[in-house]
Design a protein around this ligand. Structure first.
Ligand code: FEO
Length: 384
């Protein structure tokens, strides 16, 4: 695939993967992107997942013809991108590897070699001339691993952004970028908002016309749209007005309360209510929604004197991703000793800037007139 006159896509689509990183469902597969810049010097940018070495080397050969690459630039050492470095170097042994110092340390760990005789170590803002193209490298530690670099091509005005601006899904899938990019962002780098902000500051003044990530489509139009979403996501700001009601229910009574609250919120004019069934829905979608909207209602049955396991898992995911800046309310259910609300609140102790609403709803086994009144009061407080 031709991206510009002399920049080519040589990545692959993985249609068979069901769980990316063994935890994120990928109903539309995954793309492992790789690029080639054909200049006076030829640079290959990243390799692909271990299962696609033959296909990738074939794609590469079609672009290279009889030429051989001068550089292999490694932006990120996670194996979905680095697994074919050794196979590549066997085929093109004269290539010089270009990457960060910590990346070469990881190469030693993964492959038992640092390619000592054929490497260039780059630091923040180092440049590499290919002829008409010059690449400037920016270190981007923890976006998503510590060794990550991104690069900017001054001629094509292309940002090669490593994992950032990526998404789940193959390139042959025709789907909205934002939803799967958001789920990917909060799953993969949600914890590292500060580090993503630092990267955004470094690239803020570049004239970026195209973003070539390691996953997902090449972004060409309205670059500011994507940059702005990354500013919102990395600062943990509210992206959309609305309420998420995340519930864990055993016999349906806590679920009934969640649905009743959603109805009351819509009646009061709430623009969007998301009901997240934590025991049945894709947990990574539930996490994404919690970071998207401004108010989160947590509804759990009391279990073993604490919280139902799916709710505990959900809260663990939020806390370890630095969940913050949100309004929180609780619904607890308990047939003899309801205590889920207190346990949920204590799990959120480490989160910054949470505003806890005054109304906590308590259900004793099933909804009754009293709990309906409490739900009404909570709906009024949320919509106030
Ligand atoms: Fe796509 Fe962090 O690897």
């Amino acid at each position: 695939m031709e991206i510009t006159d002399d920049i080519f896509y040589v990545g692959v689509d993985d249609h068979s993967i069901d769980l990316f990183e063994e935890q994120y469902p990928t109903p539309n597969g995954m793309a492992y992107n790789s690029y080639v810049i054909m200049d006076e010097k030829i640079a290959v940018l990243d390799t692909v997942d271990t299962h696609f070495g033959t296909e990738w080397l074939g794609n590469l050969e079609k672009v290279l013809g009889k030429k051989t690459p001068d550089y292999l630039i490694i932006h990120h050492m996670e194996p979905d991108h680095s697994a074919n470095i050794v196979a590549f170097m066997k085929r093109y042994p004269a290539t010089i590897l270009v990457s960060s110092m910590p990346a070469f340390t990881m190469m030693k760990q993964f492959f038992d070699t640092e390619f000592t005789s054929s490497k260039i170590i780059v630091k923040d803002q180092d440049m590499l001339s290919l002829g008409t193209h010059t690449l400037t490298f920016f270190s981007a530690p923890m976006v998503h691993w510590p060794e990550v670099i991104v690069s900017y091509d001054n001629l094509g005005k292309v940002l090669f952004s490593a994992d950032s601006f990526g998404k789940f899904g193959t390139l042959s899938t025709d789907e909205d970028w934002t939803c799967e990019a958001r789920r990917y962002y909060f799953g993969i780098v949600g914890k590292y908002g500060i580090q993503v902000q630092k990267l955004l500051q470094k690239i803020e003044n570049l004239d970026i016309r195209m973003i070539c990530s390691l996953h997902g489509p090449i972004l060409k139009n309205n670059i500011e749209y994507y940059m702005n979403l990354y500013r919102i996501w990395s600062s943990y700001a509210v992206e959309s007005e609305g309420v998420v009601i995340a519930y864990a229910s055993v016999y349906g009574n806590t679920q009934n309360a969640a649905v009743l609250l959603a109805d009351r919120l819509y009646e009061k004019g709430c623009p969007k209510v998301v009901l997240s069934n934590l025991t049945r829905d894709d947990m990574t979608e539930c996490i994404e929604d919690a970071f998207r909207y401004g108010t989160l209602v947590l509804a759990s049955t009391t279990y073993n004197g604490g919280i139902f396991p799916a709710m505990r898992e959900f809260l663990n995911h939020l806390c370890e991703r630095n969940f913050q800046n949100r309004r929180i309310a609780f619904i607890e259910n308990g047939s003899w000793a309801p205590s889920a609300a207190k346990a949920m609140k204590s799990m959120l102790d480490s989160c910054a800037n949470l505003t806890f609403l005054e109304n906590t709803v308590q259900i004793r086994s099933a909804i009754n007139a009293d709990s309906r009144t409490q739900l009404e009061a909570l709906a009024a407080e949320i919509c106030h």
